[in-house]
Design a protein. Structure first.
Lengths: 408, 93
């Protein structure tokens, strides 16, 4: 069961450094703590919560059993972080030996080179950027090295490569999934010309890890990628770690702000960046960001959006896809809704090939409508029905956000 | 290695990766997948061994930074680096 809104907001406040929480924490019973910890697990912030309660918020009245559970989560996250870093070194080595350069994205950079401890930034998987011309070969190289396909990513690799910004995830035996990206995606039709011309490759930073040279995006590129990924791809639904990431990355003091704002302007996402900096600063304290507004100075009614954005951040990723459909349905008449839903029920062969390992050009692809409809009936429709009110409400909030972002 | 001397120079095995955890260090060998843990002053010795250091140099640094007697420091450092050598976390430089 989802934690109620008040607990989710409390969790965001607890993993942050600024909001006052003492009175709200004092009133929590066992059930509330269980729900809060479940939400923390969903958002991968149990280690960060442990740190806050051990350091910045050490004087809070927290049951010993809760502290013990968080301490265990923190230890397990540390051990897992090392296992994943080991995977990263091995994957980089395999690709290097095949003559394929790669760049470790997102968590693989943030956990090991930005946050003070890697446990504070749990990774779900490894995201690596490879040159577009090498992407299919990199995929085959990893398959040849014993990596296997995962059930969640069982579609046709060629269709993935031509349709999406990354190939189907691969996983070594007992290891973490690896996603090979062939472009830095800018969702919503936005384009950063510099990124499309391969500008990031000339600005990479490197670190030696276990004798291997691992490349990362420059801090400016990484920060912009983080913000657009959170706001435009996940619609803020990827949780409070985004704000912790922004705070930590800006505080490294290594961001080239001239470059950053130029790239943001090219991608038409300057306001998005201003909004996220203001939101992060509200929760994590003043950020050393050149020329960015704060929560108090965010112009054009932006400050009024911050509480809504906080709610969007804490709603969880599962809700995000439901909201896209709800948003699409909103404002349509019966005929429009029927057309939209019919389109969802009868996807293209290319769409089927993303979900199932079938050649989209083959007539066999149509056979996969059967398992597609079975899944739709058994899983998606019940989920959508149960979440329809929350999804519709959130879709309206996202429309308000999009309207503000579009007003230049 | 038959015995560690003051002029024995050691350096970290580059195969090791490490994570800080509340002031301590948890480490892993990429090749072997084995975990190791270091706490207290050992974390400072590990930090110093990112670059080659003799045992004498390690002891001098520790004595300068911590309130410890020179003889006690030397005994503890030698014992500690011997363990690091035994576990192949460091190697002669």
């Amino acid at each position: 069961m989802d934690a109620p809104d008040g607990l989710r907001q409390l969790l965001l406040d607890l993993v942050s450094t600024e909001p006052e929480v003492r009175s709200r924490v004092a009133g929590l019973d066992r059930g509330a703590w269980d729900a809060l910890l479940a939400s923390a697990a969903e958002h991968r912030v149990k280690p960060l919560l442990h740190r806050r309660l051990a350091h910045e918020r050490s004087d809070l009245d927290v049951p010993a059993e809760v502290r013990a559970r968080l301490a265990d989560a923190y230890l397990q996250a540390t051990l897992r972080a090392l296992r994943i870093e080991r995977e990263l070194v091995r994957v980089v080595r395999i690709l290097r030996e095949a003559g394929i350069p790669c760049v470790a994205l997102k968590g693989a950079y943030l956990a090991y080179h930005v946050h003070p401890e890697p446990a504070l930034r749990p990774l779900k998987d490894l995201d690596l950027l490879v040159p577009a011309d090498d992407a299919r070969r990199a995929h085959d190289v990893l398959l040849g090295a014993g990596f296997g396909r995962t059930p969640a990513f069982s579609g046709d690799a060629a269709t993935w490569a031509s349709t999406l910004h990354h190939l189907p995830a691969l996983r070594p035996p007992g290891g973490v999934a690896v996603e090979l990206h062939h472009r830095l995606d800018m969702p919503g039709g936005r384009r950063v010309g510099d990124w499309e011309r391969g500008g990031v490759w000339s600005r990479l930073v490197e670190a030696r890890v276990a004798g291997e040279t691992v490349s990362y995006l420059s801090p400016a590129d990484a920060l912009l990628h983080l913000i657009v990924h959170a706001l435009y791809q996940h619609r803020l639904g990827n949780g409070p770690l985004t704000l912790a990431d922004i705070a930590a990355l800006t505080r490294t003091g290594s961001v080239d702000w001239t470059l950053f704002w130029r790239l943001a302007a090219e991608g038409g996402c300057t306001r998005a960046c201003e909004l996220l900096f203001a939101l992060t600063g509200y929760y994590f304290g003043p950020l050393p960001v050149e020329t960015a507004p704060t929560a108090d100075t965010l112009p054009r009614d932006g400050a009024a959006l911050l509480p809504m954005c906080a709610g969007l951040i804490m709603r969880g990723e599962k809700a995000a896809t439901d909201e896209r459909l709800a948003g699409s349905l909103a404002g349509k008449g019966a005929g429009g809704k029927a057309t939209l839903l019919l389109g969802k029920a009868l996807p293209t062969r290319a769409h089927l090939a993303i979900a199932y390992d079938v050649d989209p050009a083959s007539a066999r692809a149509f056979l996969y409508y059967v398992p597609f409809w079975v899944r739709l009936a058994r899983k998606r429709v019940p989920e959508l029905v149960s979440r329809r009110h929350a999804a519709t409400s959130t879709a309206r909030e996202l429309a308000v956000l999009d309207d503000w972002l579009a007003r230049g | 290695m038959s015995g560690i001397q003051g002029d024995s120079v050691l350096v970290r095995d580059p195969d090791m990766i490490a994570a800080e955890m509340d002031g301590d260090l948890v480490m892993m060998s990429v090749e072997r997948g084995a975990y190791f843990g270091i706490g207290g002053v050992g974390t400072r010795v590990w930090e110093l061994l990112e670059q080659p250091h003799s045992v004498d140099q390690l002891c001098a640094a520790i004595v300068a930074e911590y309130e410890v007697d020179d003889d006690v420091c030397r005994r503890d450092v030698v014992e500690f680096v011997q363990k690091l050598l035994d576990e192949k976390l460091v190697k002669p430089a």
